[in-house]
Design a protein around this ligand. Structure first.
Ligand SMILES: O=C(O)CCC(=O)C(=O)O
Ligand SMILES: [Fe+2]
Length: 774
């Protein structure tokens, strides 16, 4: 490449970029010596910021260079065995080393001989004579020509006469540096990068020019130079424009002159060095794992995201803990057993028994909560231990009923009782919901054994097959009775199918009949009559039917609540039952209301006047959630009875309680039928119009059949007052008690007046009518 071409490029770049000539010379020189397009591209990109005019000028220059190089290259190939990259043979290398050392010495001697300011080497803080602004070589320095870019900074001094076999001055200098190295292969201890200085790749050149600074990680790699005779050369090499060179550069700049060009050259050099360092740092290693798995140390997360992730983790842990503590309850109807086991302890070992958040402190043996039918043959306890444990054993010694957990046998009787009470309490609070998968299926119908067997008569009870209360049971009825006994005795909230009603429906193939025994021959009672009779037990209060209506002491009741005992005579009750029976079998008759899938109410209901929809707690014209039936109207006989009872109660309330209540003109009557296990939770009757509620128009209630507990309280939490409502009673609550909470927790089976049952043939249970004004 001719100097003329270089001067042209330099001039063009000077116009375009406005750089100092000193810098331009260095850049042009570098471009002229470049061996690859990438090298030039990098330079153009980093220092000319791809200025289009500059790029064009450089391209033109390179094109010329390419042309001019063709014959030269051929010549070089013939003359010079040098290749890049090249691993030199040791002998060759040594030879070259010596040659270069000699060249360096000669050069140094020439510098010294030339004397004058600035002839000291870099170590001494002096350099060659200050450069002229036009980039001419400083005077006094032999051939004085320095490598363009860093001539004032003492970058690489010319090695003097061009060595044979070396393609450029820069290579010369590199080789001279390499020749002074003790070891030609250097290894960066920071990142492990290897620099093979026997080759003169760009990377190695950068490495050496950086004074042994790793081109990848920026760490300083120790370079050992050869001994005394080479001090100057090694000093030269060691003080190459690496990080440490900056200070000497600055000293040089300040000690020789304050020339702006010098400062610019130093700044430019520093920029290059910085670029070298930073370009290595641009390659950052990102730890993937920290992105995906770490919360606390993940630098990519904002505080908000971190908090969110922590919360998410906590929720996951809680869900896992809940899953582990879930309790599985198996109700084995056919085996007549209830098995309670922690789901996480499916192997049957000691499990923690939890209900509604209350955990029993002691580990629990699931077998301890196993209940067998009480009609199993039993044998008496055979040891004091068995006696004390209170377990019940079958004839083969199989435990039928365990009162205590095995490991609790060392407990005193008192402790064991307390523990048993805790266990029972825990079971009482169990909440069991229906399997949602079964919700859409029709109610299963259970047929008596004798029908399944194709027999007509009830099977005789096996000998000794007597219930705890001495009654004989048959087939499914006995099954149901056992389940009833177990759950009733524990008071657990268990919903099960209304087996008896299903039997009736299956047998009659008709709608619900309130009086299935009406007209049945007395001499040969049906099995249903037998069951009904068997269900009359002495558990509850005896029915009391005053000859005349009696007013229950009004001062014992909340103001606005009046109870008239036996207000309906037996004859009137019979009449009411007959009316209800007819309506109940027809369209819009008795059905089992439900709040939703698996949430059936524990009673049968028939709505008169309007349909009360349990899912929306509102009145409707048709039974939308069930069969779309239109509710029957309130028969006049019931309407009149309601109005009459209300009148009398209002008088009592006004007279005895000082409460004035409006009278009622009922347009709705809800008729409930409760079986012996029927019940109704605490609630308010508040689905009537706001006007009706505001006025305190009373609700009038008639009870017929079995006696029931009726609880009432002013608030949901208050300890409720319990009244027993008997067959024929009329109750009114209105005025200040219109919004009273009330419910029916218990029905006393077998307490209905015998006369009523005989006259109507009604099924066991209780009927209640509540009249309201919308
Ligand atoms: O059965 C009863 O005595 C009360 C009925 C009742 O409260 C109701 O149907 O809203
Ligand atoms: Fe009610």
């Amino acid at each position: 490449m001719s100097d003329h071409d270089k001067a042209i490029l330099s001039g063009q770049l000077s116009n375009i970029l406005g750089w100092d000539q000193l810098i331009l010379d260095g850049v042009v020189d570098t471009i002229a010596r470049s061996t690859s397009k990438e090298e030039v591209d990098e330079l153009v990109q980093n220092f000319m910021e791809n200025n289009p005019s500059a790029v064009r000028a450089v391209d033109t220059f390179l094109a010329k260079k390419k042309q001019s190089q063709r014959p030269q290259q051929t010549q070089m190939l013939q003359q010079v065995p040098y290749q890049r990259p090249q691993i030199m043979q040791q002998s060759q290398q040594d030879q070259q080393d010596q040659q270069h050392q000699q060249q360096i010495r000669q050069q140094q001697q020439r510098h010294r001989a030339a004397g004058g300011a600035g002839t000291q080497d870099m170590k001494g803080g002096k350099t060659g004579a200050g450069p002229s602004a036009n980039g001419a070589a400083g005077g006094g320095g032999g051939d004085g020509k320095v490598l363009g870019m860093f001539k004032q900074g003492g970058r690489l001094k010319s090695s003097g006469p061009k060595a044979v076999g070396v393609s450029s001055r820069r290579d010369d200098q590199m080789l001279s540096i390499v020749s002074t190295l003790e070891r030609k292969v250097a290894n960066c201890l920071g990142c492990g990068k290897i620099f093979d200085c026997r080759t003169t790749s760009n990377e190695v050149i950068r490495f050496l020019e950086g004074g042994g600074t790793c081109t990848f990680c920026g760490r300083k790699v120790a370079l050992n130079y050869r001994g005394n005779g080479d001090d100057e050369a090694s000093d030269t090499a060691a003080s190459q424009a690496g990080p440490d060179a900056t200070s000497s550069d600055q000293q040089a700049g300040s000690s020789t002159n304050k020339d702006a060009a010098t400062a610019a050259a130093i700044a430019f050099k520093n920029r290059l060095v910085d670029y070298d360092r930073n370009s290595a740092k641009r390659t950052a290693v990102i730890d993937d794992q920290s992105d995906y798995f770490e919360v606390d140390t993940n630098t990519w997360l904002s505080d908000q995201e971190r908090a969110q992730m922590r919360k998410q983790r906590q929720l996951e842990e809680e869900a896992e803990a809940a899953r582990r503590s879930r309790v599985a309850v198996t109700i084995d109807l056919l085996g007549r057993r209830v098995l309670v086991a922690d789901a996480a302890e499916s192997d049957g070992r000691a499990a923690s028994f939890r209900t509604g958040g209350d955990a029993l402190a002691a580990p629990y043996d699931p077998r301890a909560i196993m209940f067998q039918g009480d009609d199993q043959p039993k044998r008496p306890a055979q040891s004091a231990e068995e006696e004390q444990a209170g377990d019940v054993y079958g004839p083969q010694g199989t435990p039928l009923l365990r009162q205590q957990v095995p490991e609790a046998k060392h407990l005193s009787a008192e402790e064991a009782a307390a523990r048993a009470a805790r266990e029972v309490e825990a079971l009482r609070h169990l909440r069991i919901s229906a399997n949602p998968d079964l919700a859409g299926r029709p109610t299963p119908s259970v047929r008596p054994h004798h029908q399944q067997d194709g027999q007509d008569k009830p099977r005789p009870a096996p000998k000794g097959d007597k219930g705890a209360r001495g009654r004989t049971r048959f087939g499914p009825s006995r099954l149901q009775q056992d389940v009833d006994d177990v759950f009733n005795s524990f008071g657990a909230e268990i919903v099960y199918e209304d087996v008896e009603a299903a039997i009736v429906a299956a047998e009659s193939g008709q709608a619900f009949d309130l009086c299935p025994f009406d007209g049945a021959p007395q001499a040969a009672p049906s099995k249903l009559q037998q069951r009904t009779a068997a269900s009359i037990v002495s558990a509850g209060p005896k029915a009391s039917h005053p000859q005349q209506p009696e007013v229950v002491d009004p001062s014992s009741l909340p103001p606005g609540v009046v109870l008239l005992r036996g207000w309906l005579s037996i004859e009137e009750q019979v009449e009411v039952i007959r009316v209800l029976r007819d309506l109940g079998k027809g369209p819009g008759g008795f059905y089992t209301p439900s709040y939703g899938p698996g949430q059936s109410m524990h009673l049968r209901m028939m709505c008169l006047g309007k349909h009360w929809e349990p899912r929306s707690h509102s009145y409707e014209d048709v039974r939308s959630s069930h069969d779309g039936a239109i509710p029957p109207m309130i028969p006049p006989i019931l309407h009149d009875a309601c109005v009459k009872a209300a009148e009398q109660c209002l008088q009592v309330s006004q007279r005895e309680q000082g409460v004035r209540m409006p009278s009622i003109s009922p347009d709705i009557c809800l008729v409930n039928y409760y079986e012996k296990s029927g019940r109704l939770g605490l609630h308010q009757d508040k689905d009537e119009s706001s006007d009706s509620l505001r006025q305190g128009i009373p609700v009038v209630s008639f009870s017929i059949g079995d006696t029931a507990d009726f609880v009432m309280s002013r608030t949901h939490d208050e300890e409720p007052q319990t009244l027993q409502l008997c067959s024929g009673d009329a109750l009114v609550f209105g005025g200040p008690s219109r919004m009273i909470y009330h419910g029916v927790p218990k029905v006393y089976p077998g307490t209905a007046p015998a006369q009523l049952l005989e006259a109507t043939g009604m099924r066991a249970g209780r009927i209640n009518l509540t009249f309201r004004q919308l």
